[in-house]
Design a protein around this ligand. Structure first.
Ligand SMILES: *[C@@H]1O[C@H](CO)[C@@H](O)[C@H](O)[C@H]1NC(C)=O
Ligand SMILES: *[C@@H]1O[C@H](CO)[C@@H](O)[C@H](O)[C@H]1NC(C)=O
Length: 313
């Protein structure tokens, strides 16, 4: 009968160590090769295989998660026609996502609470004054930018490019220099212009602008709807130039602007939740929290880009 001597268990091992004064034997017992040999016992390979499998799974997990982690730049291209029809993975590898598209390169995301309660004060809110009109003008008015020849195909207007207006490199802003290109407005500024126009129209209808071509349009005591009394002086700014046309033309422009804002809001479809707050003072004992936290594009960065890169006055 063949003799069979089981490998020592850990307990036996330590007992053996304690009992033996023989240095060599001690070394053999503790040697890694001998311990490694113990793993070859079939029963002990299961934890090893399971661990290896788990390790492999987590490596795959990390890899997949990395592929699906979307940078702000990737999210921005998703909501832009400047997104190239290739998986972002390859775009990233080629560095194509960092290729500058007009203004897109200035897009940065940040989270903040809208401060938007019913009575919230704002430099853009209230009856028209010279300062308020200036603030709106500065917010909404930007010059055109240049779409370089090498990128115009991304706008889907390549087939009709002979109908597009070219940027003249010699008499434009900083963005006109370098590669030749085509002139373009950036839509958010058109959309804000439209909102401003609607705002002005509401104040026009309530007589909050002075009609400088109408000698009868005088408010002697400054008593204008929505304005504090300022005796002796008419606080109203003149009717904005844009409105110096027929009432029908004004109406058509305002309707275009309402459509612009409707389409824009639906296009971007902000799905931020507006929570309902308990409020003992509110008529229904609850109110919507219009100051919810939003994820936004940093406005200043976009505005500054426009100021630095404009091409056509
Ligand atoms: C609007 O912008 C101009 C030019 O940058 C500046 O001089 C003016 O102070 C601004 N107005 C307001 C109300 O911010
Ligand atoms: C301004 O006054 C002139 C002269 O009365 C009038 O013809 C014109 O329609 C007025 N403009 C507006 C926008 O009310």
């Amino acid at each position: 009968m063949p003799s069979y001597r089981p490998l020592p268990s850990t307990e036996e091992e330590s007992n053996h160590e304690v009992e033996s004064n023989h240095e060599v034997e001690k070394e053999v017992v503790l040697s890694p090769s001998l311990r490694g040999a113990r793993w070859s016992v079939p029963c002990n390979t299961i934890p090893l295989v399971v661990s290896a499998f788990m390790l492999l799974l987590s490596v795959i997990n990390v890899f997949v998660a990395k592929q699906h982690h979307r940078t702000g730049k990737e999210c921005a291209t998703e909501t832009s026609i400047w997104c190239m029809p290739l998986p972002s993975l390859y775009l990233n590898a080629l560095g194509a996502l960092t290729v500058s598209a007009p203004v897109l390169e200035a897009v940065k995301y940040e989270d903040f609470d809208f401060q938007n309660d019913f009575g919230q004060l704002s430099i853009y809110r209230g009856p028209p004054t010279k300062e308020l009109e200036d603030e709106w003008h500065n917010l909404t008015f930007k010059h055109a930018v240049k779409i370089p020849d090498s990128k115009v195909h991304l706008t889907n207007r390549h087939p009709v490019r002979d109908q597009l207006v070219r940027v003249m490199p010699d008499n434009g802003g900083p963005g006109a220099k370098g590669e030749l290109g085509y002139s373009a407005l950036i839509d958010v500024f058109h959309q804000l212009h439209c909102l401003n126009r609607i705002r002005q129209y509401t104040w026009l209808l309530t007589g909050n602008y002075r009609n400088t071509s109408d000698p009868l349009d005088v408010v002697p005591h400054g008593n204008v709807p929505g304005s504090p009394n300022s005796p002796g002086e008419d606080p109203r700014p003149p009717i904005p130039n844009d409105f110096m046309t027929t009432p029908l033309a004004n109406r058509i422009h305002i309707d275009h602007c309402i459509e612009t804002i409707r389409k824009t809001l639906m296009c971007h479809a902000d799905v931020t939740p507006i929570m309902i707050m308990k409020d003992k003072k509110a008529p229904l004992k609850e109110r919507a929290d219009f100051s919810a936290r939003h994820r936004c594009r940093n406005w200043n960065k976009i505005s500054e880009w426009m100021d630095e890169q404009w091409a056509v006055r």
